[in-house]
Design a protein. Structure first.
Length: 686
């Protein structure tokens, strides 16, 4: 994949300096080390730029920005279109003449000419962020893929719209200044990331997954959601009608297996070496097995472990899978010194804070893959969200069925309100009671029990952490609101408005949905595209490594969203239908062992010298002097964590990511002077 940027000066008499666009483009050299391109219109109002990471059609004829024969359509594109060969054949049969041998980029140019933007986005399958300039209509289209695998950011300096694959590129525009958006920050404290279209940067926005943005010749904005992760898009329901429970299960197992095989095969499309990240869990092991089925050479596999906290490692399972499928296996071991040595680069690569400490091991395994000669890897993200694979999901479902529903049904509102107040008071004296206080509070105010699989500061905690009166934004959101890109109440310091927007939309279009479908929909709207997939994109691309996500093929997702809850969960077995689908494909003990998850020993690291450094760094940050936070409460978080009274590792890491981001991007200095020798790969596992 690549890095793209562009400027459209739509105001009367406006223009821009192409040198600024080149500067924006070359800020993303890591996204495209194989070449750079630039196109500007004759009137000087439009410019498209591109950094190339060559993966499909390595020839110079596939360079970008790309146009058609009469130069009526121009495109700059980041991503992969997995069905480009079939679309090319269809377009060729209709009379389109292609200048490249097999570039997927050129399919976008001719596809837009043939079908228009709506026809194009409905036909393409893949992971992408791209922009198309229509010369005749004088319109710019910006598009993000259905699931949100690839990012696309934009800003609207006066009389212009500028876009790029990374925020740091936009900050090179002379009219775009780095500042914090307190509203986005307030939402970030709940989710470890900011909900689209907001970013932590004031006046810089991100295109939500499954959307395109149309910018008219005079700068008007129109947002279109062309895909959404809702049930009812597959034909599964009709195929299950009238079948017995056993016949339904057999049909689903076969269907999931077929979709997975097709998805993995699509993502092996490459003219450069590729591999797979292998944790030893179900998802990564399935990727390895299905790749091995289709290859006549060993699969390249990559794993990461911890030297100082080996109880977190899953290397024995990764090695078992590597041995089973005769892969060419590589490992790297890291420790706290490697982590601290990477901090400055982490803040730079993320652009805006992503408070997921998985980014640290992810960097080292990504670098291992790149240093081993791979440019493309397959990863396992997205499986747990759609098949209900997290223990936390099972806990939320039990809470809903056993307590939440009957409590709200049979307890009068006045009593619920009183109990919420009592629970909130108890939470101030007992840190372990704080989460229950928030559950009572949500029930009292008729708020959803599940917001996200990655909730950090619940509202009762944010009430103690944040001085809400200080949360005011100077951003003019009206253009986004009027375009349909952002609900108006996202601009208020009440994070439930974000969740409410998801639930209202699903209730409007799928009124018969169940609680699990609602949970999954929320995850596809926020946590998956803006946290999990952004950590993969930003960290992988920081070392020029493209990550592909077989479990998030949109056809597989549409199929899985229609699988009945009873087939995803049987008894206490989560991820039931997926586990049955991969029986006989990967070892039985890999399927049914206890899930560990890909993590890092951050809570332990924060109890030692690193924790002391984090506290000093955070409390001296200029962000802490702006009046947003109760500093005594933050000190208490550190005190309770050091003493073992409560594990506050995630709270501390979330705040440290925020303050370190502010110090680096807004205040202009690095958060750390820690530098150590980078970790070295372990010998290949034989």
């Amino acid at each position: 994949m690549c890095g793209i940027a562009g400027i459209f000066a739509f105001a009367q008499g406006a223009g821009f300096d192409p040198a600024n666009l080149v500067l924006m483009r070359d800020t993303m050299l890591h996204r495209g080390p194989d070449g750079g391109g630039l196109w500007t219109s004759a009137d000087g109002r439009v410019g498209l730029a591109h950094r190339r990471l060559s993966i499909i059609d390595l020839s110079a004829s596939a360079n970008q920005p790309m146009t058609n024969a009469d130069e009526s359509v121009w495109v700059t594109y980041n991503g992969e279109i997995y069905n480009h060969a079939g679309l090319r054949a269809e377009l060729t049969a209709a009379g389109h003449e292609f200048a490249t041998h097999h570039s997927d980029t050129e399919v976008l140019v001719h596809g837009y000419s043939a079908w228009g933007i709506d026809g194009l986005v409905q036909r393409i399958e893949g992971d992408y962020g791209f922009a198309i300039w229509d010369v005749a209509q004088q319109k710019l289209f910006m598009v993000r893929d259905r699931i949100g695998v690839k990012p696309l950011y934009f800003a609207m300096p006066e009389g212009q719209i500028a876009f790029a694959s990374e925020i740091k590129a936009l900050l090179k525009h002379p009219a775009i200044k780095a500042g914090i958006d307190p509203i986005a920050m307030y939402h970030y404290l709940s989710f470890l990331t900011t909900p689209a279209p907001l970013t932590m940067f004031s006046g810089i926005f991100k295109l939500p997954a499954g959307h395109y943005l149309e910018i008219g010749r005079e700068g008007s904005l129109k947002a279109v959601r062309y895909w959404d992760a809702k049930p009812g898009q597959s034909e599964l329901g009709e195929s299950l009608a009238g079948l017995s429970d056993k016949a339904q299960e057999d049909r689903l197992i076969s269907g999931v297996r077929d979709h997975l095989r097709a998805s993995v095969a699509k993502r092996m499309m490459s003219d450069v070496p590729f591999g797979v990240f292998l944790s030893g869990g179900i998802d990564s092991s399935t990727n390895v097995a299905l790749m091995a089925e289709q290859m006549d050479r060993p699969v390249e596999t990559f794993s990461v472990g911890f030297k100082d906290y080996q109880h977190l490692n899953e290397l024995e399972y990764a090695r078992q899978v590597a041995k089973e499928f005769k892969t060419n296996h590589h490992e790297i071991m890291i420790n706290s010194g490697d982590m601290t040595g990477y901090l400055d680069d982490l803040i730079h690569s993320q652009d805006e804070p992503i408070a997921d400490w998985v980014c640290i091991p992810l960097y080292f395994v990504s670098k291992l893959a790149k240093d081993s000669g791979c440019t493309v890897v397959q990863v396992g993200e997205g499986s747990d969200e759609q098949f209900c694979g997290y223990a936390s999901y099972m806990g939320y479902l039990r809470l809903f069925e056993q307590y939440w529903s009957p409590y709200r049904r049979f307890t009068p509102r006045a009593i619920r309100t009183g109990l919420a107040g009592a629970a909130k008071a108890a939470g101030r004296f007992s840190p372990r009671a704080e989460i229950y206080a928030d559950i009572f509070d949500r029930a009292a105010r008729d708020r959803e029990h599940f917001w996200s699989g990655a909730t950090v500061f619940w509202d009762t905690l944010k009430d103690r952490l944040v001085h809400k009166s200080a949360i005011e934004s100077d951003v003019n959101y009206s253009v986004l609101i009027d375009s349909g890109l952002m609900p108006a109440d996202y601009a208020l310091p009440d994070t439930f408005n974000v969740i409410r927007s998801f639930n209202d939309e699903l209730s409007r279009t799928n009124p018969g949905h169940d609680v699990l479908q609602r949970m999954i929909y929320n995850e596809f709207k926020l946590r998956l595209p803006e946290l999990l997939l952004m950590r993969v994109d930003k960290i992988g691309m920081s070392v020029s490594l493209e990550a592909r996500v077989p479990f998030l093929d949109h056809k597989l997702v549409e199929y899985s969203l229609d699988i009945p809850k009873e087939q995803k969960i049987k008894g206490r077995t989560a991820k039931y239908v997926l586990k049955k689908a991969v029986e006989g494909i990967i070892p039985h003990n890999i399927i049914y062992r206890k899930k560990m998850g890909f993590g890092a020993p951050m809570s332990d690291w924060l109890k030692g010298d690193f924790g002391a450094f984090v506290e000093r760094s955070m409390m001296s940050s200029a962000l802490m002097q702006k009046g947003y936070f109760d500093l005594d409460y933050i000190r208490q978080l550190f005190e309770h964590h050091r003493s073992g009274k409560r594990d506050n590792g995630l709270y501390i890491w979330t705040l440290f990511n925020l303050s370190a981001w502010y110090d680096y991007w807004i205040d202009g200095h690095a958060p750390s002077s820690h530098r150590t020798t980078p970790a070295r790969p372990a010998a290949a596992y034989a």
